[in-house]
Design a protein around this ligand. Sequence first.
Ligand SMILES: NC(=O)c1ccc[n+]([C@@H]2O[C@H](COP(=O)([O-])OP(=O)(O)OC[C@H]3O[C@@H](n4cnc5c(N)ncnc54)[C@H](OP(=O)(O)O)[C@@H]3O)[C@@H](O)[C@H]2O)c1
Length: 325
Amino acid sequence: MPRLDGKTVVVTGANSGLGFEATRALAAKGATVVMACRSVERGADAAAEIRADAGGDTDGALAVRECDLASLGSVASFAEGVEDDYDAVDVLCNNAGVMAIPRRETDDGFETQLGVNHLGHFALTCRLFPLLAAADGVGSDAEEEPGSDASDRDTTGDARVVTQSSGAHERGEMDFTDLNWEESYEKWGAYGRSKLANLLFAYELQRRIDAADDDVGVRSVACHPGYAATNLQLRTARESGNPLATAVMRLANAAFGQDAATGALPLLYAATADVDGGAYVEPGGVLNMRGSPTVGRSNDASYDLDDARRLWEFSTDATGVDLSL
Ligand SMILES: NC(=O)c1ccc[n+]([C@@H]2O[C@H](COP(=O)([O-])OP(=O)(O)OC[C@H]3O[C@@H](n4cnc5c(N)ncnc54)[C@H](OP(=O)(O)O)[C@@H]3O)[C@@H](O)[C@H]2O)c1
């Protein structure tokens, strides 16, 4: 990764797993990382751990802020706070997620996996977009002037929106008659759909950026980590109601999972390497489940233009926010 001094990166789900390791790596390169966490306490503990591991403090700064993606009000408050305190956001990492949990609803009445994994990030991206468009981005050598504000900035930067999907997008299907899973619910199907939605959104965002009259200076990149042993699988097991599931999941994680720091590499590559907007970064090893990042291709359904447009319309209606380009 390049040095990231003077850059501001927002990471959702920064207190655990891949978001935690990405935060650690970004801060070590000098970035200011805004750790968007649903629990400020867990976020503060994570920041303290990263600082302690770095021998007291990191090269960059860590700022923990509350952002519960299961509440559109919380997302709006978080975005307002970032707007108040930062002139620009160079990278937004839409990383947080939940996997295959029993059906519940967010504060706004959305099935939780679609609500947290997709809709919360959709609203967050739209709200932070002016700050992304105001950023120099990670590819720019331009030094940030102290005290500069958004209106002074070059608008032809290389800011990024990175959206964390999963190989599980391949089992997702967009059923627009029941996106909210009110008629029936299958927890793995709902996870797959939410991860397919991540990709439809990421690619549609890039198409909208490309279609804008002006050079927006933002690119949208998708990624997936392969299989990394994190709290994601343990939460799924805990919530399954099967007392043996946690032990089985721990064994599977130990046998097949790569560590979280390696799993964070596609996210970091998508955020800072020279990749095109609309790219899909994934591990290049066995079955794309492990290894170093490479640019690949997600399944055909994720590039469906009609589904992407319909999902975008559903998402703007559901969240009440849209992208201003
Ligand atoms: N690990 C893998 O093998 C794997 C594979 C494919 C894709 N992914 C994707 O990678 C991403 C990160 O997962 P991970 O493996 O790092 O899992 P993790 O260790 O469980 O981390 C998930 C993060 O998301 C946060 N989160 C959950 N619900 C939230 C909400 N309502 N609002 C804000 N944040 C919330 C969690 O916060 P709390 O700690 O407060 O719960 C946690 O910080 C997810 O999008 C997941 O789908 C992971």
